[in-house]
Design a protein. Structure first.
Length: 468
């Protein structure tokens, strides 16, 4: 999961989020305008706390009608008591404003991620590059009202523009027998696989796996729509109907995408937790056909030259995807596997992408994999004693193998990546990451052929991130 906003997990967050093409960037001022409303919502569960001092309260009482001076005095005392009992709690390393009854919360959200990366050993010289850049920066807010309503607005700043990611409101209720139900409307992240449903700041690698990045709707990882979700003690299921991303200019009729996902924990406990899941999506292009590509990046997002070269597809009318997921957490060790297939409808025949990923990790000195059992996603570890408090900080070793196979009429391409990494959690909000990947690109037309276009190389990445 990603970050928790009160009781609502941020699923997000995959990967360092990529979304569909956006031609009208959203202004970052949206947050500055709407943030004060969070403070108003915080007070919805009880009498509104006053920010007046005693002199202001006295002035207010004097200006009131003389018929009820006692009632005004009691109201002023109640307001002061409300302010006094409002709490600031630390959740997952960041402050949360909490009402006296605990049902209403408000918190600011933000993150900054900086990557330094280099590639060497490639036959194609243009792929051997070095880059340092802000991978992403986020700012937003989230909260709950009366333990039933929740909301989130978060904007991404990258590449000189601002894009709205999460912008939704929802309601939650108990349905009996330990089952809760959510209904959410707004700009939502896909509930699609373990990594595809998680925030990029929470993933154990600097890049999301091929299943999350390549087996996805063409409209991207976010879209405007509605989602219903049921959550039990060991399972969850969701169904969503969405259109395009909120930032996309509507040159044609909006797409229609159906998504569904479910996961189950046959074993769930402090010593071991098992995860099984499956998902699907169906995307229909309305108002005309689309042109798209199926190649995926086998190295790092800052190097556009390491994308698997494949022919551009024209006349596409829609696409579908399915995926399965399985894994487990056993103390400090974890393992996760995912596989998926995307089929693209063409005027004659279809194109297909198949992806699979197997990853594992081990926390060397402390901590455990932050698996979110309520959503089947990944969160951020809570560091009990940070390096700033004299602790060592949890250190995690990771490894992953993944493969992407793309088949189009007359062409077949294969990309593989083997990655090793180390993550150092300085605190609940700060992490340093290092990944080294050996990758191979084979865009040949025949299976297994080795030709002049086949290439391989090594890519290293250093990342520093701050998240609250």
């Amino acid at each position: 999961m990603a970050r928790s906003t009160g009781f609502l997990p941020r699923i997000c967050l995959g990967r360092v989020v990529s979304s569909g093409q956006r031609a009208q960037p959203a202004s970052g001022n949206v947050i500055m305008v709407l943030a004060p409303f969070g403070a108003v919502l915080l007070l919805a569960s009880g009498p509104a706390p006053s920010i007046l001092d005693s002199a202001d309260a006295t002035t207010t009482a004097r200006a009131a009608p003389p018929a009820a001076p006692v009632g005004l005095a009691e109201a002023a005392r109640a307001e002061k008591d409300q302010v006094r009992r409002t709490q600031i709690e630390w959740r997952n390393g960041s402050p949360v404003l909490v009402s006296p009854d605990g049902g209403t919360t408000f918190r600011l959200l933000g993150q900054a991620i900086v990557d330094t990366t280099g590639t060497s050993g490639a036959r194609v010289a243009s792929r051997n590059t070095r880059n340092t850049d802000f991978r992403t920066a986020h700012l937003g807010f989230a909260g709950t009202v009366a333990n039933r309503f929740f909301y989130q607005l978060e904007t991404e700043f990258v590449g000189g523009r601002a894009d709205i990611l999460w912008a939704y409101a929802g309601v939650r209720g108990k349905l009996g027998a330990g089952v809760t139900g959510d209904v959410i409307a707004g700009n939502l992240q896909n509930d699609r696989g373990i990594e595809g449903s998680s925030g990029g700041e929470a993933l154990p690698f600097v890049e999301a796996n091929f299943v999350a990045s390549a087996i996805a709707p063409d409209r991207g990882g976010f879209a405007l729509g509605a989602q219903a979700r049921l959550t039990g003690a060991r399972w969850h299921a969701s169904f969503a109907v969405t259109g395009n991303d909120i930032d996309v200019r509507q040159a044609q009729s909006g797409n229609r995408t159906l998504l569904a996902r479910a996961h189950w924990n046959p074993i769930k406990g402090p010593a071991a937790t098992l995860h099984l899941g499956a998902w699907m999506f169906d995307e229909s292009f309305r108002g005309g056909t689309r042109t798209l590509g199926l190649g995926g990046n086998v190295a790092h997002g800052l190097n556009a030259r390491t994308v698997l070269p494949m022919p551009v597809l024209t006349g596409v009318t829609g696409d579908r995807g399915v995926g399965v997921e399985a894994g487990g957490v056993f103390g400090r060790f974890w393992v996760m596997g995912e596989a998926g297939r995307r089929s693209v409808d063409l005027p004659r025949g279809e194109a297909r992408s198949d992806a699979k990923s197997l990853s594992a990790g081990w926390f060397v000195n402390a901590g455990a994999f932050p698996y979110a059992a309520a959503t089947g996603g990944i969160g951020r570890p809570v560091v009990k004693r940070s390096v700033f408090q004299g602790g060592a900080g949890p250190v995690e070793l990771t490894a992953r193998y993944q493969e992407l196979i793309v088949r189009t009429p007359g062409a077949r391409g294969v990309g593989t990546t083997l990655t090793g990494g180390v993550n150092w959690y300085l605190s609940s909000m700060m992490r340093v990451m290092a990944n080294v990947s050996a990758w191979r690109l084979n865009p040949a037309n025949t299976p297994g052929s080795i030709g002049p276009r086949t290439d391989r190389g090594t890519t290293w990445v250093l990342r520093a991130q701050f998240v609250f």
